[in-house]
Design a protein around this ligand. Structure first.
Ligand SMILES: [Zn+2]
Ligand SMILES: [Zn+2]
Length: 425
């Protein structure tokens, strides 16, 4: 404990961005402000779905090339990875933005509303992209202060690739986004429904894992008035739903969160025909991997037991999605003084793990990661639309703070690493 306190004190005093550099960051953000906002609005007007972010990637690549960065395009289909080499030697730290939009028809009425029918930046990835691009512009002005390299990762398909395609963070890692040079830590953020000027995060688990399943029950159709001659897939499905809902309520430790939702059910053809087939689709969210494995097995057991007791056939397609998102506790602790300095104690909220998911977690499995939520809610707005809603409108005045936090985090991290690699004698 004493060692941690010592580290925190040492870190906050010796490794921090000094006031002159902080002033330069402030000024650089002001200088680039209009370009950054224009870029965000352009991306918002031209949203693209996962693995199809062609124009978004082109725009990002051209901006980064004009800054003189070394860039790789076409990583994980449309991803862009750019490297900024600092004036001094040191480790490499990464920052990641997701670029994809959602299949939603926008209804915000903004002057820069989506021009792409049925596609909208309803998860704020346009803001994330603008923040990371803005951070690239600011750190490019501060090259002399960078003790190592900063890698900028623009990732496609965070919301999931189209059916049958690979994509997202996992594919970016597979295609070497964290290598050449090797990354020592990674930072990411998400817009969040808290007041502008505030951030939220937790040390340890931040978000849940996200798995999906599809259960098919094969019964036997018969006349609706002669059930003894058939096997009713709908009655079996109803019992399976009850059974599955009991997994969390009756077999799970209540202090260790888990959610199972069956969001879709289809079956049958007509009121007086016994349903031959019923299909259920759902999602499973867990924080720890023991629960994750156990719930998968329990769902399979419930389906098997229920279906066979009625003499029905069944299949369970179970797909593992992103693992739970874990903030490296030591990295989170080390970066705390930076966050306190930039955002201020009253504006930092510690939160419990959220049951939503984020594929940034794949990066965090490979290298220490730190992920936080950035407030984008206008305090004057009494009825803000939630994420993934056609009226979602994050306040873009949050962008400069996002850039400022990221710039300080990245510089402090590299400073810290350099001091650790070369301790004073
Ligand atoms: Zn989303
Ligand atoms: Zn998102």
């Amino acid at each position: 404990m004493l060692f941690i306190i010592f580290c925190l004190l040492f870190f906050s005093s010796s490794f921090a961005v000094d006031s002159k550099t902080a002033f330069r960051i402030e000024k650089s953000i002001k200088d680039h402000y209009q370009e950054i906002i224009n870029t965000r609005r352009f991306i918002h007007m031209n949203p693209e779905l996962g693995n199809r972010e062609f124009e978004t990637a082109k725009l990002i690549a051209s901006k980064l090339l004009s800054l003189g960065f070394e860039i790789r395009t076409g990583v994980a289909k449309t991803g862009v990875v750019a490297l900024l080499r600092g004036a001094q030697q040191g480790q490499t730290v990464a920052i990641r933005a997701d670029m994809d939009a959602l299949p939603i028809q926008e209804k915000t009425g903004l002057t820069y509303e989506s021009l792409n029918p049925g596609v909208m930046h309803a998860c704020g990835h346009d803001i994330h992209t603008a923040i990371v691009l803005g951070t690239a512009m600011i750190l490019s002005d501060l090259r002399d202060k960078i003790k190592g390299n900063v890698k900028f990762i623009f990732q496609p398909a965070e919301e999931g690739p189209p059916r049958g395609e690979e994509g997202g963070a996992q594919l970016m890692i597979k295609e070497g986004a964290l290598e050449n040079p090797e990354v020592g830590a990674i930072f990411g953020l998400h817009v969040w429904p808290i007041n502008i000027g505030r951030i939220a995060f937790s040390e340890g688990f931040v978000m849940a894992s996200s798995d999906s399943f599809r259960i098919t029950i094969k019964g036997k159709s018969a006349h609706g008035a002669r059930p003894q001659e058939g096997i009713d897939a709908i009655v079996i499905a109803a019992q399976i739903i009850q059974g599955i809902q009991s997994i969390v309520s009756r077999t799970n430790d209540p202090t260790d969160p888990a959610v199972i939702t069956i969001g879709k059910i289809t079956g049958g053809t007509r009121a007086n025909i016994l349903a031959e087939e019923a299909i259920m689709e759902g999602t499973v969210r867990t924080i720890n991997d023991i629960n994750r494995d156990r719930i998968e097995q329990s769902i399979k057991n419930v389906v098997k037991g229920t279906a066979t007791s009625f003499g029905a056939d069944y299949t369970v397609d179970y797909n593992r999605g992103a693992p739970s998102l874990y903030n490296h506790p030591e990295l989170a602790k080390n970066m705390s003084p930076t966050l306190l300095r930039v955002v201020g104690h009253p504006n930092i909220k510690r939160i419990k793990p959220q049951m939503v998911a984020e594929d940034f977690s794949y990066f965090c499995q490979k290298v220490p990661g730190f992920y936080f939520m950035l407030g984008v809610q206008d305090p004057q707005d009494n009825n803000p639309a939630p994420l993934h809603n056609p009226s979602f409108n994050p306040d873009e005045r949050s962008i400069p703070l996002g850039i400022k936090i990221m710039s300080h985090l990245l510089l402090d991290f590299l400073d810290h690493q350099q001091q650790m690699d070369n301790p004073p004698h």
